[in-house]
Design a protein around this ligand. Structure first.
Ligand code: HGY
Ligand code: MN
Ligand code: MN
Ligand code: MN
Length: 416
């Protein structure tokens, strides 16, 4: 039985690489805006691949831009996978996703340096399009890999300029059929993602490592109202069919419902509202409001979703508006695999790192890989719980501890 070597992680190297990566951004440091298949996303990809090749690891890419970096030879056994994303929402931080990609690479480098011989291959994935920014739905890469999104839905995806997912990936040099990116059965035996917590719990509880028990279930949808436009002065109030006012009512009601939910984990967010014609002195003729509603439990999440949609229809009736409800996604939560959690906890015990179990309220690519393999996640703390903001921060020491636990956990799993 191959033995477990002493694994030494170079935390400063990962941190330096993340600082360099953070400069591949549409906005000034420390803000990171990195939209899928744009120039800065491609720079991030090239940088990651160059480091992987420098480390003598095998690199391959699929037709939709997922990048796979592998340690170990082909095996009849499934691989041990890790990975995350490097695309970033506008004005995000520099650690969301990237810690799991570059930390995953460091874990493979550390295992290779230690001369570890895995019984199964170990690979880190740079997932394509985890954020919903460009195409409106998150985790496109992992949804396709796990065959959990209809291919005609992928073909119908358009960005704000009307460019399709296929045209965008093609412009970044990714050819071939989307279907070819679907992973064969048994591709992974285990999948473990390293990520920043994006919440305040580890810091509040003074824990160094989070052992993630499950991933919240996200649902998102758009509500389109169509009324009549008109002059802001000439149309008196009783005669109006204002398409934006019902959006405002829905936004307030969604907040009220989430706060009133019996589950403390119910969250409702509206981050996007579009108005046409969008002039200060024109009555909105059309308006779209986008909802992101989540919970660890499906029933309390769906209670809010249903109530918001029901109210939208009632408001449209009362106000003589047209309403269209466009579902984007409604995903079930994922539960982590107990074997992975126990192996990760044992690794923290070996190193004497404080740890705790907690759920992930953000979603991740692991939410979809969990459909095709036993999944687990390892969290490292986020300063003040900040994320999707430029002052997101996790220290090199905290990242280093997460990479050590990831490397140890994957090595143990690869020997099973
Ligand atoms: O929205 C999320 O939970 C993730 O950051 N895409
Ligand atoms: Mn994110
Ligand atoms: Mn993320
Ligand atoms: Mn303990």
């Amino acid at each position: 039985m191959p033995s477990m070597p002493k694994i030494t992680v170079n935390a400063q190297r990962v941190s330096d690489e993340l600082e360099k990566l953070a400069r591949f951004s549409d906005h000034d440091y420390p803000a990171v805006t990195r939209i899928i298949f744009t120039e800065n996303d491609i720079k991030a990809r090239d940088y990651f691949k160059s480091l992987a090749r420098e480390a003598g690891l095998h690199v391959r890419e699929d037709s939709i831009g997922n990048i796979f970096v592998r340690l170990g030879d082909e095996s009849a056994l499934g691989a041990i996978g890790t990975g995350s994303h490097c695309d970033a929402v506008p004005h995000a931080g520099r650690f969301d996703g990237t810690v799991g990609v570059f930390g995953g690479l460091e874990a493979l480098r550390a295992l290779k340096t230690a001369g570890f011989q895995p019984k199964r291959p170990i690979e880190v994935v740079f997932f394509t399009s985890e954020e919903p920014t460009r195409f409106g739905i998150g985790c496109i890469g992992s949804r396709i890999m796990s065959n959990t999104i209809a291919l005609d839905k992928v073909a119908a995806l358009r960005d704000k300029d009307g460019l399709s997912f296929d045209e965008a990936r093609g412009s970044a040099g990714y050819k071939g059929t989307v279907e070819s990116a679907i992973l064969p059965k048994g591709y992974y035996d285990y999948f473990v993602e390293l990520h920043i917590e994006q919440g305040p719990v580890l810091e509040r509880e003074k824990k160094q490592i989070g052992i993630v028990t499950g991933i919240a279930a996200p649902a998102s949808f758009r509500i389109h109202f169509t009324g009549e436009g008109g002059h802001a002065g000439g149309v008196l109030m009783p005669a109006r069919k204002d398409a934006l006012v019902p959006c405002a009512i829905l936004i307030q009601e969604a907040e009220r419902l989430a706060k009133a939910s019996p589950s403390p984990d119910t969250v409702a967010t509206v981050g996007v509202v579009k108005v046409h014609p969008g002039a200060i002195n024109s009555i909105p003729a059309k308006a779209t409001v986008e909802f992101d509603i989540r919970d660890i439990r499906l029933e309390t999440r769906d209670a809010v979703v249903t109530a918001v949609k029901t109210l939208a229809k009632r408001l449209a009736d009362e106000r003589g508006l047209k309403v269209e409800i466009e579902d984007i996604n409604s995903d079930p939560p994922a539960v982590s695999d107990e074997t992975i959690l126990k192996v990760a906890e044992a690794a923290t015990e070996t190193r004497g790192y404080s740890h705790m179990r907690l759920p992930s309220r953000a979603y991740h690519d692991s939410l979809f890989i969990a459909r095709i393999a036993p999944m687990g996640m390892i969290f490292v703390p986020s300063k003040s719980g900040y994320s999707h903001r430029s002052d997101e921060y996790t220290s090199p020491e905290e990242i280093g501890r997460g990479v050590e636990i990831l490397a140890q956990t994957m090595a143990e799993l690869s020997l099973r």
